[in-house]
Each structure stands twice: as C-alpha cells, then as structure tokens.
Design a protein around this ligand. Sequence first.
Ligand SMILES: [Zn+2]
Length: 221
Amino acid sequence: MLGWTQSDFGEVACDVCQADLLIKKNQLAPGCPPMDIQMDPLGDVRHFLEHPPSLNLPPAEKDALLEAADKMRQLVLDSGHPLSRPQLEIARRAGVLHPERVRYVCMSPTEFQRIFPPKLEELMGLPASTFLGLTLGPDAIIFVGEGSVDSDVLAHELRHVRQAEAAHDSGSNFVNAVLAELQRSGYERSAFEVDAYAYQDDPRMIDGLPATFELPSVSRL
Ligand SMILES: [Zn+2]
C-alpha cells in the first residue's frame, strides 16, 4: 500500500495553508501504539524561514546553488517513490502536513557525490561522503546508502520536510534559509539541524515501526 486514503484518516484543514489534509492530527494509524508527540511550532526554524540571515555569497554563485538544488529536487520528483504506510506514519509523527506529496530516491554514495555540487559541500562544511540524506523542499528527499535507510534517519529528513512546508514555496526559500543558517551557525548549531535531530533522537518517532526500511535504489539519475 503506497498511501493513506481519505477514508482511513478523515479530513482536516492544514493549519498553515488551509488546504484539506488526509491525515487527522494526533490520530494514529491502525495498529500503531499510542503516542503523544506534540507538533512542534517550529520555533527558531520558523523565525529563520521568515527572516533568513543573508547568504554571504556572490549573487551568481547563490543563484547557481539554488538552481542546482532545484534541479536535484526535480530529479527526485520525476523518478522518486511515494512513502509507504509505515513511512507515512513517521511523517505524521514528524508533523508533516502533506506526506502524500513526498517523493524520495535512494542513491549510492558514489552517485550522490557525483551530483552534489562542490560549492554546496564547501558551504555546508561537510563532505558529500558523510551525507545519509538530503531534503530539497517540502516534497523531495534523497537518501544515500546501499538500498536501505534507518528509520531515525527517515525521521530526521521528514522533519526537514516539515520545516520546508513552513517556507511556503517549492523549496528555494527553504534551501536559502538552511544554507544561510548553516553559514552563520555551522551544521551542529543550525536551528534546522537542532530541530531535526530532536526528532531523530526521540524514540517515540519510530516506536512500533521497523528500525530499517529497504528502499528501491536508482542506478543513475
Ligand atoms: Zn539534517
């Protein structure tokens, strides 16, 4: 089963965009244990999305980076997979408003390093070889690995999806704010990462769900 249906979960309005949602907040998927993860109002993340620190790059380099990120997002949307039912449950726990829109691909580390812009690597202060996942907007995730992903990493990336939803665009506002905050605070102290790790590290996120998911790999994007 690739997605929840409306009859499974009823309808509520998105508290941000008022769009109809398929998932009722705080309602559990059948068979999942009770949990009470409070939807985080996003705190500092929302602030940085609304008032991003300026990205200290020449305009042409900034544009090229945002373009590269958007191109990667389009590749994911063109060839990605929707979340499975247990993955949708993790998305719900991460507060994602529109999990049915999310697509992902799983790439080998070699493939990922091939498409990852060196400038982005430099700006993030992290080599592409250390990435386990990359969220490119409210609907696109790249997982890096040999065909599987740990559920807590999935929770981390899905929390970034929730953050991107709060940026109210297809991805570039989110990417711009993430990069500016990374440049300002560094990876470990970035508001976006602190928030995502809080969800990754919360055992309730994956309670009752598989610890690992097998993911279909793409050989080449
Ligand atoms: Zn992250």
